[in-house]
Design a protein around this ligand. Sequence first.
Ligand SMILES: Nc1nc2c(c(=O)[nH]1)N[C@H]1C(S)=C(S)[C@@H](COP(=O)(O)OP(=O)(O)OC[C@H]3O[C@@H](n4cnc5c(N)ncnc54)[C@H](O)[C@@H]3O)O[C@H]1N2
Ligand code: MOO
Length: 457
Amino acid sequence: MTREAAAASRIWSVAEHLDDILAHIRPLEPRELRLLDAQGCVLTEDVTVPVALPPFDNSSMDGYVVRTADVQGASEEYPAVLTVIGDLAAGSGELPTVGPGEAARIMTGAPLPPGAEAVVPVEWTDGGTGRRPATTMRFHSSAPEGAGGEVRVHRAAEAGQHIRLRGSDVQAGDLALEAGTVLGPPQIGLLAAIGRSTVRVRPRPRVVVMSTGSELIQPGEELTPGSIYDSNSFALTAAARDAGAIAYRVGAIADDAETLRTTLEDQLARADLVVTSGGVSVGAYDVVKETLSEFGGRADEGSSVAEGRVEFRKIAMQPGKPQGFGRIGPDRTPLLALPGNPVSSYVSFELFVRPAIRALMGLEPRECRMVRARLEISEPLTSPAGKRQFLRGRNEPPSQGEAVGRVTPVGGAGSHLVAALARADALIVIPEDTTAVEPGVELDVVLLGSASSAGGW
Ligand SMILES: Nc1nc2c(c(=O)[nH]1)N[C@H]1C(S)=C(S)[C@@H](COP(=O)(O)OP(=O)(O)OC[C@H]3O[C@@H](n4cnc5c(N)ncnc54)[C@H](O)[C@@H]3O)O[C@H]1N2
Ligand code: MOO
């Protein structure tokens, strides 16, 4: 038997196919990116703090800076009466010295002037009005003569009260973020706070999504007899973005080997990963299989994948049985060829493409949002022997007192059921050796897409 024939007759498990894909994917080389372009990416450098945060002692309240001795024992009945010598706003440069019997108005974040020992919030004073305790402050002037007048302080303050000390967040030389950190919003905020404008990360992979099939019409155009709208290129591009990639959608390519080959050659220039849909089963027009089995192939020894060819396999799963994987072109760009049935291609994305994108980003590829749930059905279900079945379902988390949640199938097992897929938020996993499932049985459930990252409020 030829190697191709042997490969074609072998049935791969879901795990074997994924293992093979991941064994042939290396994380992308790190690059220096601007902060917002690095969102969701893995940091590849240890980032140290160049200057302390906060960079200077500053007020945590709008109020007055005082010397503690001046306000000792102060009360509403016997207020401490202080002369106001100026205004300090956040960003103030020149600072007046606060002497005995003096105070300066200060805003949150403004630097502490010399002589000041504590901040009394404006609510502890009359706000300079000579009346009842104040609730707000009005702008005066940074000039001492403009700030004017007196303030009555109604409460004592301890040294350091309402003051944020220089370096109380991080000190110069501290490790701000360790290599390996995934940059979410707070990490990007910290990098900006310490003055970094760019950072070294593994970039988002560029994923080219191509659907194939002469029957495909782009949404917005007229359907002709026998044609259908190309939905896979949209679903897969959206899924690639959802997984963190920069995704390029290439509209449907006709079932023509030459067109497919030249389009692929063009697209390889901007691809870290290529995803195709359709043309991988045994039909007469399955050009993806025909074209890619040969694409960039070399006659040397080793596996097809190492040679820069795409190998087509049968996976013990439903939907998603026919799959192709290989590395093509001069850079040996990984390519996953997914089956054309819309549910099959989307399920294949979640099982194989999402981990591949994560691997390229340097993230843990197999991080799977899996929960256990009890199956809510009225009649027993059957499942094909020897295949792992992924039924679409709606998942409900456990109610109070329940150990596991519930999952209800949506639509049937048919891999053309896009409307049911759009109502689903989970895949119900029926193991290979299970051919019948009873109501109430507990099963693994894969939570789909970004729905799974919702916080547990
Ligand atoms: N004799 C056999 N026939 C089939 C087998 C088999 O083993 N023996 N496998 C079936 C399975 S399982 C699947 S899955 C499909 C895979 O087919 P292809 O990857 O070759 O895909 P196509 O034939 O191109 O299309 C299948 C189906 O999906 C529709 N489609 C394709 N692309 C899109 C798109 N971009 N948007 C929306 N819908 C799309 C297409 O019109 C077909 O209806 O093969 C089975 N057959
Ligand atoms: O992938 Mo087919 O069963 O996977 O429709």
